[in-house]
Design a protein around this ligand. Structure first.
Ligand SMILES: Nc1nc2c(ncn2[C@@H]2O[C@H](COP(=O)(O)OP(=O)(O)OP(=O)(O)O)[C@@H](O)[C@H]2O)c(=O)[nH]1
Ligand SMILES: [Mg+2]
Length: 195
């Protein structure tokens, strides 16, 4: 399965959002260049892991085709991506979990390698210009109890949680096209026209 130099990792694709800016549609299943967004992410990460986890809160019957395991939030009200991260960490079979959002189909192998090569005892988080990007990160599973404590104390922001855990940064330029995040129909159309 794996053709990588790094230790085995689990991979979590976050696809459990409300998709409000897409009119409430399940974003991972929206077609981009003729295939659902989640299929592009799946193609990119499948060679890197034997433990591909998708966090979804709808359409499990479709998502199961692209995953080894599915996880869902433990409440039905879309509490945000940290809910998916805690479920993914709890389910992960390897010591490290690479986390990615479902709506970034232009991610490339080089960026994934950079994140995974930095994996260790501290969290790894992408830093795009001046901004931390917690949904592009690698977490050791050993951090689950600390993340769980923060959650129980009412924290819901992945960025605040990860910043408190002494993250290692992997740097990207501010306008790195590989990080195009397709949040709206307009962005979806614009990137389709370019690729
Ligand atoms: N598990 C889980 N994942 C979520 C939740 N909210 C967002 N995400 C995921 O986090 C990533 C970033 O979220 P957004 O890009 O804002 O996606 P979204 O929340 O579906 O879209 P909007 O409703 O328009 O904000 C996406 O991969 C989402 O699927 C949630 O409540 N639970
Ligand atoms: Mg959102």
């Amino acid at each position: 399965m794996s053709d990588t130099p790094f230790p085995p990792c689990s991979i979590l694709l976050l696809s459990g959002g409300r998709g409000q800016r897409m009119g409430g549609r399940d974003k991972g299943l929206i077609e981009w260049q003729g295939r659902p967004l989640i299929a592009w992410l799946h193609e990119r990460v499948r060679p890197l892991t034997d433990d591909l986890i998708i966090s979804c809160n709808r359409n499990a019957d479709r998502y199961c085709a692209w995953a080894d395991q599915l996880v869902q939030d433990d409440s039905p009200d879309f509490p945000g991506p940290l809910a998916g991260i805690r479920a993914g960490l709890a389910a992960a079979r390897h010591d490290h979990l690479l986390i990615l959002p479902c709506d970034a189909p232009l991610l490339d192998r080089e960026l994934l390698d950079a994140l995974l090569n930095a994996a260790g005892e501290r969290p790894v988080m992408l830093r795009q210009g001046d901004f931390w990007e917690p949904l592009f990160s690698v977490l050791p599973r050993s951090l689950l109890p600390r993340i769980e404590r923060a959650w129980q104390a009412g924290e819901r922001s992945p960025q605040r949680v990860l910043r408190q855990l002494d993250p290692v940064a992997v740097y990207c330029p501010p306008n790195d096209p590989r990080l195009a995040n397709l949040n709206t129909p307009e962005l979806l159309d614009a990137t389709q026209a370019q690729h």
